[in-house]
Design a protein. Structure first.
Length: 239
C-alpha cells in the first residue's frame, strides 16, 4: 500500500489513476527531468534537456499503464517500465565515447539519465516523496559533489597528464626529470590520434613519492613546472 506523505497531503485522488493524477504525475516528471536535463545540457553534453524530458515522460507514462494493466490482472509485473529503463540505458550508452586522450566520457550523464528515468517511474507510480528525495540526491551529486570530487583529486598522490612533446626522443629526458622531482611514472600511453601531426603525444600516469612534493605542491604547480621544459609543447591534467 502506498503511504506516500505528499500523496496523503494531496488527497485520495493523487493515489488513483484518473485524469488529474495523470496530469499531476506527468507535470512533476517534466519539472524534475527538465531541471536535471538543464544541468547536463549546460555542460554541452550530448544528452540534454529534451532527451531527459522525453525519456522521463515515456517512463512515467509506461508506469501508469503498467499500474492499470496490473490492476486488471492483464500483467503481473511492470513490463513497460522495465522497457523504458532499458531504453534509457541504451540511449545513454550510445552517447558515451572515448576522447582523443583515450579516456571514456559521458559515464556520469548515462548514470544521471538512468536515475532520472527511475525518478520518472516513481512519479508514475505515485511515490512523489521518493521521487523528490531521489531528485534532490541526484541534483546534489551532479552539481555540488563535483566540486568536492575535484578538491579530493587535487590532493591525490596519483594523477594523469596529457602531454605533447616536440620530438619522440624527448620522452626519455622527460621521464628523467619526473623522477628527479620525486615522482614515479606508472604508465605511459602513446596517443594514436596525433600520429603524423609532427608531435609526440602521450597520456602519462604519475605517482608522487616525495613527501615534500606531496604536502607542499599541488598538481597545478607540478604541471606548471613541467610545462617550463623546453621540449614540452603542451601539458595539462586529465580529468
Amino acid at each position: 500500500m502506498n503511504n506516500d506523505i505528499i500523496a496523503s497531503f494531496l488527497g485520495p485522488w493523487s493515489l488513483e489513476i484518473n485524469t488529474f493524477s495523470i496530469l499531476f504525475r506527468l507535470g512533476l516528471t517534466v519539472l524534475l527531468t527538465a531541471i536535471i536535463g538543464w544541468e547536463r545540457s549546460g555542460k554541452r553534453l550530448a544528452l540534454g534537456l529534451r532527451t531527459f524530458i522525453i525519456l522521463g515522460v515515456s517512463a512515467c507514462g509506461a508506469m501508469i499503464v503498467d499500474i492499470s494493466l496490473m490492476t486488471t490482472s492483464v500483467i503481473d509485473i511492470p513490463i513497460l517500465s522495465a522497457v523504458a529503463l532499458i531504453s534509457a540505458f541504451m540511449t545513454g550508452n550510445g552517447a558515451t565515447y572515448f576522447s582523443s586522450r583515450s579516456k571514456m566520457r559521458g559515464i556520469t550523464t548515462v548514470a544521471s539519465l538512468c536515475c532520472s528515468t527511475m525518478i520518472s517511474i516513481f512519479c508514475g507510480a505515485g511515490f512523489y516523496f521518493l521521487a523528490i528525495v531521489s531528485f534532490i540526491c541526484l541534483y546534489v551529486s551532479t552539481t555540488f559533489l563535483a566540486k568536492l570530487e575535484k578538491f579530493l583529486l587535487d590532493r591525490s598522490d596519483r594523477f594523469s597528464v596529457h602531454m605533447e612533446l616536440r620530438a619522440r626522443t624527448d620522452l626519455k629526458d622527460f621521464v628523467m626529470v619526473v623522477r628527479q622531482l620525486g615522482m614515479r611514472v606508472r604508465e605511459i600511453e602513446s596517443n594514436p590520434a596525433y600520429h603524423n601531426s609532427g608531435l609526440s603525444v602521450y597520456s602519462v600516469s604519475l605517482s608522487i613519492v616525495s613527501p615534500e612534493l606531496r604536502h607542499f605542491k599541488t598538481h597545478a604547480e607540478i604541471i606548471e613546472a613541467l610545462s617550463s621544459l623546453e621540449y614540452v609543447s603542451f601539458i595539462e591534467e586529465q580529468r
